[in-house]
Design a protein around this ligand. Structure first.
Ligand SMILES: CC(=O)SCCNC(=O)CCNC(=O)[C@H](O)C(C)(C)COP(=O)(O)OP(=O)(O)OC[C@H]1O[C@@H](n2cnc3c(N)ncnc32)[C@H](O)[C@@H]1OP(=O)(O)O
Ligand SMILES: O=CC(=O)O
Ligand SMILES: [Mg+2]
Length: 722
């Protein structure tokens, strides 16, 4: 059936990269019951049907952008007549009429998505070590999360230091017991005074010296592990999230605790997004296949990674489910996070597969390959399964408006048909992260109402699109001010309000964005409770530790109750959402202008350096104040578009930006230069990484929607070939 030609494999009108072809033949298809020839023939026919529509949608993006650019050129500066502006958007078809009643009809959604509010972890899927860790981050140690981060401050002898600090440890235990008292209070007394935990007659018995008490709400008890008289674990639940009180009187921590408590294991990353998009650098068939392989193995339950730390090497495997003795028999809880896969958007093409000699849309390849890799789970062949309801979960980013959502819905239906899956098996997560999607959100949900299982505010891309859409109108406010501007609060509130209006509560997630300061957990504990309070049933965290700490917020807030309070009203108007963040006064001091540009360029260079030279798609990069920031393609889009906007409107000159580029390249060399094999950006400033960063800014106005992918891919490929 397949003919080998040069190094690609020709099948019908397809020319397939050999590593992808071999992966499908040897790893993805076996056991699926699908015939190889029929699979590729079906894929070809799917491509022939969807590729023209994909192209048309991209052409429509360009057409609208050109029309907006022209309008802004004729009406420079802040919009003086909002109603007229809105009418222009309607006339262009940028805004569509909002549909009347919309109620999603998605069925078969796992409880982790439908009903359990909790943290959502995101992880670059090309990194198997991180990916396995993320899947296992369903459960996390509260003691470690508090001890190992700034969640506990370092004052009064509580320094982290290089060896165990009992003063810090005591504070961790105090905080953990206070958490138990707050959410699992005792009928009498405090967990801080507990001297033993036991289980008797289906209830928790807590000794407080000679006294015995139980939980104020005995219904919180779920089960235990070990001897009921001296259990090694007592499992309790609150707001749908489980907590395991771990007891071990021989443990270094447990033996210091009167009740022998060594840790609280919190249900943490309830769901996780395995990311093939903005946190990875995947530019060719080799990279794409590596990502698909990890996804296949996650679905099969076989993913492993060799981990070396502290001089020791071990194999990380996916965690087993957790088993307890409950009052009515065995209780089995998921050991792993419920996994979504984030595919790429509609923009890019890939040469992993050629159709009639042309690269195919990367998003279409992702849709087909990730579903193929998910078959092992939905067909019940997995060693450690993902969905208990036979569903697959696909997040689609960067869609602009309802037509693009409808396209995704149709594409997923075609994929289901190709793979013999029932219509609606693949659930869709809509990233609400482009302006045309936010402005037409209800129509977007309607366009995929049979499969929507999340809407999430990707505020980082959304900020990038805000900058690019109105690029020609004037200089924008400073990047740091964006978070307090009118459009963004309208966008965040509206997403929840429309989500509730469309019946997502109890069926689908209403999600909020990333905590992008991975080392600032104290701040996160203060601020990110705002997400569940705003009615979000999940919100993004960058690491397992952050997931455990963010889980505390879902104990503080009853999201289902909050959603009931919020339902039935719209707190914002379309006019607020459409308020463009043009600066009212562009008379910044030279110092402010330099600080703004340097901060943006440092982020762009620090990120792009690792992306282009090492293929690392998500990095921690210090900003100008030394705060480590999570940088990914969306943050890079914001920073590069911001400088491009200020250049376009003469706030800064090209010479100033060139000079700042070199200064910041030197800073990045200083920050990253210690790493083995590091190739500095300066003093030649002509490597692929530097040129990529430079292009992102100087060609930023012309990049489609301000996206960074076209330039990053081109430069990374050149680097790989060099
Ligand atoms: C706008 C958007 O699209 S946001 C979505 C995209 N962003 C993301 O996906 C962020 C994902 N997070 C990350 O990639 C990382 O946390 C970074 C790059 C921010 C920081 O990475 P590092 O500096 O290497 O992490 P750090 O040194 O703090 O911790 C490393 C440890 O944490 C673990 N870890 C860190 N992040 C994650 C994660 N997201 N998932 C699982 N494990 C993780 C690693 O496995 C490692 O533990 P190990 O040694 O036991 O394997
Ligand atoms: O994808 C997330 C975002 O903020 O963008
Ligand atoms: Mg995004």
């Amino acid at each position: 059936m397949a003919e080998q030609s040069t190094d690609r494999v020709d099948v019908g009108g397809l020319r397939i990269a050999p590593e992808l072809h071999a992966f499908v033949r040897d790893e993805a298809l076996p056991g699926s019951g699908l015939d190889e020839g029929a699979f590729w023939a079906g894929f070809e026919s799917l491509l022939r049907d969807v590729v023209p529509r994909n192209r048309d949608l991209l052409a429509r993006r360009d057409e609208l952008q050109r029309a907006l650019d022209a309008w802004h050129a004729e009406h420079p500066g802040p919009v003086t007549e909002p109603a007229a502006y809105e009418q222009v958007l309607r006339d262009l078809g940028y805004l569509v009429d909002e549909p009347g009643e919309v109620t999603i009809s998605t069925r078969g959604v796992d409880p982790e998505i439908a009903t359990t509010a909790g943290p959502q972890l995101v992880v670059p899927m090309l990194n198997a070590r991180f990916a396995a860790n993320a899947a296992n981050a369903r459960w996390g140690s509260l003691y470690d999360a508090l001890y190992g981060t700034d969640a506990v401050d370092e004052s009064d002898g509580k320094e982290r230091g290089s060896s165990y600090n009992p003063v810090r440890g005591a504070e961790v235990v105090r905080r953990a017991k206070a958490f138990l008292d707050e959410h699992f209070s005792l009928a009498d007394g405090s967990h801080a005074d507990a001297t033993a935990y036991a289980v008797s007659d289906g209830a928790v018995v807590v000794s407080l010296g000679e006294r015995r008490t139980g939980l104020a709400d005995p219904g919180q008890y779920v089960g235990h592990r070990g001897d009921p008289g001296a259990p090694e674990a007592v499992l309790v639940v609150h707001h749908g999230l489980h907590v395991e009180v771990q007891v071990d009187r021989d443990d270094a921590i447990g033996r210091e605790d009167p009740a022998g408590v060594k840790d609280l294991l919190l249900e943490s990353a309830v769901s996780t997004i395995m990311d093939l998009e903005d946190s990875v650098a995947a530019v060719d068939a080799e990279d794409k296949t590596a990502g698909y392989r990890n996804w296949l193995q996650l679905n099969a339950g076989t993913l492993t990674a060799e981990v070396t730390k502290g001089g020791e090497t071990f194999t990380r495997r996916l965690a087993e489910d957790r088993r307890y003795d409950g009052p009515d028999g065995e209780v089995v809880l998921p050991g792993r996070s419920l996994l979504w896969v984030r595919q790429v958007g509609h923009l890019m093409t890939t040469d992993a597969v050629l159709l009639d000699g042309e690269e195919v849309p990367e998003g279409v390849l992702d849709a087909v390959m990730t579903a193929l890799c998910g078959l092992v789970d939905v067909q019940g062949r997995s060693e450690l399964g993902n969905s208990r309801t036979g569903s697959m979960y696909a997040v689609k980013p960067k869609m602009h408006g309802p037509d693009e959502v409808a396209f995704t819905d149709d594409l997923l239906a075609r994929v289901e048909d190709l793979l013999g899956l029932a219509l609606g098996t693949i659930k869709l997560g809509i990233m609400d992260e482009e302006r045309r999607t936010s402005a037409n959100l209800k129509a977007c949900i309607a366009a995929a109402q049979g499969r929507v299982a999340f809407i999430n505010t990707g505020f980082l891309d959304r900020t990038g699109d805000e900058l690019h859409t109105s690029m020609q109108g004037g200089a924008m406010i400073r990047k740091g001010e964006m978070k307090s501007s009118q459009w963004i609060s309208a966008y965040e509130d509206q997403n929840v309000d429309i989500g509730l209006e469309c019946g997502l509560a109890g069926t689908a997630q209403i999600g909020k964005g990333m905590w992008a300061m991975p080392d600032d957990m104290a701040d996160m504990l203060v601020q990110k409770v705002g997400h569940p309070r705003a009615g979000a049933s999940c919100a993004w965290v960058p690491s397992p530790t952050a997931a455990t700490l963010h889980a505390l917020h879902y104990h503080q807030v009853d999201v289902a109750a909050r959603q009931r309070e919020l339902a039935g009203s719209r707190r914002t108007t379309l006019a607020q959402l459409l308020t463009i963040p043009f600066a009212a006064d562009t008379d910044w001091s030279a110092e402010d202008r330099t600080a703004e540009v340097e901060n943006n360029l440092q982020g762009v260079l620090g990120y792009v350096k690792r992306w282009v030279d090492e293929g690392v798609g998500c990095s921690k990069v210090p900003d100008i104040h030394g705060t480590a920031l999570m940088e990914d393609r969306a943050t890079c889009r914001i920073s590069s578009q911001h400088v491009a906007n200020w250049l376009r409107h003469g706030v800064v000159t090209a010479d100033e930006v060139e000079a700042a580029f070199r200064r910041m390249a030197d800073v990045v060399d200083e920050q990253q230069g210690g790493a083995e094999g590091y190739e500095p950006l300066g003093p030649s400033y002509d490597g692929q990484a530097f040129l990529a960063a430079h292009d992102l800014v100087f060609e930023g106005v012309d990049q489609p929607s301000g996206y960074t992918e076209p330039i990053l891919h081109r430069r990374r490929r050149l680097k790989k070939e060099s």
